[in-house]
Design a protein around this ligand. Structure first.
Ligand SMILES: [Fe+2]
Ligand SMILES: [Fe+2]
Length: 188
């Protein structure tokens, strides 16, 4: 899909702030794709659509999660996680994106998972470090992203887990699986 067409489809789904974030994720994902030898067009498409479902009503997301048989425990975790798998579903249904690698990058951009592909890692990281992001630790991850994708991801997921724990929030199991997987590969 042409970039302009994709951006138009996404713009109407998002607030202006979230649309600007999406543009940042797109630029960052393309840069990372070039750096790590990943298909730039897939990175661009996944980035543009990654937050497609961000502002869908919770009831609609719940219905989709239940009807589509997504992991049953998802509904008992933070609703911030829901827009990722729901987005993958809606992007295929409404925007006609059928590439499974792109859809998986959207599906796992918030939780992560074990055995992430390079494209999934790039979207996860681009979402975390795009230029509009300002929070403690983000600059360190930005620097690491230029050197070593996995080390940048480890730092990002550590920050995320610690952030959730400090707020007494649950951590979705896939996020721990992602963390353990990356650490084991680093040790190996
Ligand atoms: Fe998101
Ligand atoms: Fe995002």
């Amino acid at each position: 899909m042409e970039r302009d067409v994709a951006l138009k489809l996404v713009k109407v789904q998002l607030t202006e702030h979230r649309y600007q974030h999406t543009l940042g994720v797109m630029e960052t994902a393309i840069t990372l794709a070039k750096l790590y030898g990943v298909d730039e067009l897939k990175a661009e498409t996944a980035a543009i659509f990654h937050d497609y479902a961000k502002f869908r009503p919770k009831d609609e997301m719940k219905e989709i999660i239940t009807a589509q048989g997504f992991p049953g425990d998802l509904l008992s975790f933070n609703s911030e996680l829901w827009h990722a798998p729901v987005g993958a579903y809606l992007v295929e249904k409404e925007a006609g994106i059928t590439n499974q690698e792109v859809l998986d990058a959207i599906r796992y951009h918030t939780s992560g998972r074990i055995g992430m592909t390079l494209l999934e890692k790039i979207i996860y990281l681009a979402d975390y470090i795009e230029p509009g992001r300002h929070f403690p630790g983000v600059d360190e991850v930005r620097m690491l992203a230029k050197e070593n994708l996995d080390q940048a991801l480890i730092k990002a997921v550590q920050n995320t887990i610690l952030f959730l724990m400090k707020k007494n929030q649950t951590v979705y199991p896939d996020t721990f699986y992602m963390y353990n997987d990356l650490i084991k590969k680093l040790e190996a």
